[in-house]
Design a protein around this ligand. Sequence first.
Ligand SMILES: N[C@@H](CCC(=O)N[C@@H](CS)C(=O)NCC(=O)O)C(=O)O
Length: 237
Amino acid sequence: MKGFVAGIAASAAAVALYKYLTRPKPPVGLTIYYFPVAGRLELSRLIAAAFGFDIKVEKPPSECDKAEYGSKSGLPLLTHGDLKFSQTFAIQRYLASFVPQLVALTPAQQAIDDMYCSIKEDVLAGLVPIVFGGLATAPTEVPKLCDKWFGVLEGILPAEGFVLGLSHPTLADLAVLNLALAYMPFGAAYKHGTYDYAANHPKMAALVERTSAVPGVKEYLASSTSLTLSFLDADKK
Ligand SMILES: N[C@@H](CCC(=O)N[C@@H](CS)C(=O)NCC(=O)O)C(=O)O
C-alpha cells in the first residue's frame, strides 16, 4: 500500500513538473511593427492575450528596410532576435508556436484553425476597398459580402462550445471574434454599411459571446486601445 501511495505521489509530481516545463513561455524580445488600429494585427494581439503573453507593437523605425522582412511595403513585420519576417498569417502561426495548447493540436485541427484565419483575411480583403474607397457603397456591398461569408460560417460553427470542441478557444474562435469586434475594417464596414452581423447569424454571435468571456480575452477586450480605434475621417464627423 505504501509503495502504491508513493507511486501516485511520484506520478502527481511528474505531472506537475510536466505542466511547469510545458507552461506558456512568452517570447522574449519579440517586436511587431504595425499601426495602432486593429487591421491585420488584431488576431495576433488576441492570440497573445488569450494565451497569457504580451507582444510589443510599434511603428517601424524610420531606417527599417521592409525588404529584409520579405515585404514589398506592407505591415505587419515581426522581429525576434535574428529572425525577421512579414505576412499576417506567418506571424499568427509563429505566435501560436509559443502556446503548448496550440502546438499540441493535430494537423487536422491546425488546418481548421488556419482556415478560419484565412477566412478572416478574405473578409478583410473584401471590406478594405469598401471602407477605404469612400464608404459610399458600404450599405449595398457590406451586406452582400458579409451575408455570403457569415452564412458559410453559420453553417459550420458549433451551436455550443468552441470550434475544435476543446475546453479553450483556438485561433478559429479568435478569428471569428476578430471578424465580429475589431473596428478597422470590420466594425467600420458594419457601422457605415448599417449591417448587424448578429441578426442572422446566431451561432456566430453566440460563439463571439463565449470567446469574449474567456479569461485573458475578456480583460483584453476591456483594455485594448487598438480594437475599437478608427482612423477614418468619416468617424471624426
Ligand atoms: N499579405 C500581407 C498584406 C500586408 C498589407 O497589405 N498591409 C497593409 C496594412 S494592413 C499595408 O501596410 N499597406 C500599405 C502598403 O502596402 O504599403 C499580409 O497579410 O500581411
